[in-house]
Design a binder for this molecule. Structure first.
Ligand code: CTP
Ligand code: MG
Length: 228
């Protein structure tokens, strides 16, 4: 089977609080999205990289993406939620993807994905039926709050993981799961809702999601210290 990357990049970045959606904010002199797409386009195991942009995206055309080569395919079909954008992307590549091809869904907002993350994910999931996702074991002690913000319980963290992306699933399974469960914040939960059990592949904290302004500084530090 082939491996396709599908990158949802149609969000507005409201928590970042900048006028420009965060995927286009400058990071080491390039749009943040450039770094994300670059590592995927350079991965030898990835055949194509589909990026899902919002229908009215005026920013994409302002930048030069040609350096990323012929694997990159922009699609202007984003929806109101992340899951809508991913599903729209899956529908748009229906002619291209075979049922058992793998799709690696990766947040545009995770520009520090490294080649080893991709290699490990693909290697560890190659023999899996369903697929899985990058994740990190939870480090902090977790508290469940009641409505008054008093601690109701301490949640044992030993078997808890933080989900990251890429999340890698078979085209047909992923599409079916998302068609029937739309209110999800990641792909894995759609498969879980269908009774399936995605596998966790251990990642690290460098594959952070740029959500808040501080994250942009952390991402810059990570990329800079990697490139040296
Ligand atoms: N995304 C998308 N379509 C949407 C919403 C989000 O393609 N309707 C993408 C974002 O562009 C991002 C990824 O999904 O790459 C993860 O979402 P998130 O970090 O929540 O980004 P935003 O929704 O843009 O940010 P916020 O929630 O702060 O508004
Ligand atoms: Mg969001």
């Amino acid at each position: 089977p082939r491996h396709f990357a599908l990158v949802p990049a149609a969000g507005s970045g409201s928590r970042m609080g900048s006028a420009l959606p965060k995927q286009y904010l400058p990071l080491l002199g390039r749009p943040l999205l450039f770094h994300t797409l670059s590592v995927l386009c350079q991965a030898p195991d990835i055949d194509k990289v589909f990026v899902v942009l919002s229908v009215g995206d005026a920013e994409w055309a302002r930048h030069d993406w040609s350096e990323l080569g012929p694997k990159l395919v922009p699609m202007f079909c984003g929806g109101p939620s992340r899951a809508d954008s991913v599903l729209a992307g899956l529908r748009a590549i229906a002619n291209e993807a075979e049922q058992s091809d793998w799709v690696l869904v990766h947040d545009a907002a995770r520009p520090c994905l490294a080649p080893w993350h991709i290699d490990k994910l693909i290697r560890e999931l190659a023999g899996e039926e369903v697929g899985g996702l990058l994740a990190v074991p939870v480090a902090d002690t977790l508290k469940r709050a009641d409505s008054q913000r008093h601690v109701a319980a301490t949640v044992p963290r030993d078997s808890l993981w933080q989900a990251q992306t890429p999340q890698m699933f078979r085209y047909v399974m992923l599409r079916r799961a998302l068609e029937s469960a739309r209110e999800v914040t990641d792909e894995a939960s759609a498969l879980e809702a269908a009774g399936l059990h995605p596998r966790l592949v251990e990642s690290d904290a460098t594959n952070l999601k740029v959500t808040w302004p501080l994250d942009l500084h952390l991402a810059e530090w990570i990329l800079q210290n990697r490139e040296e």
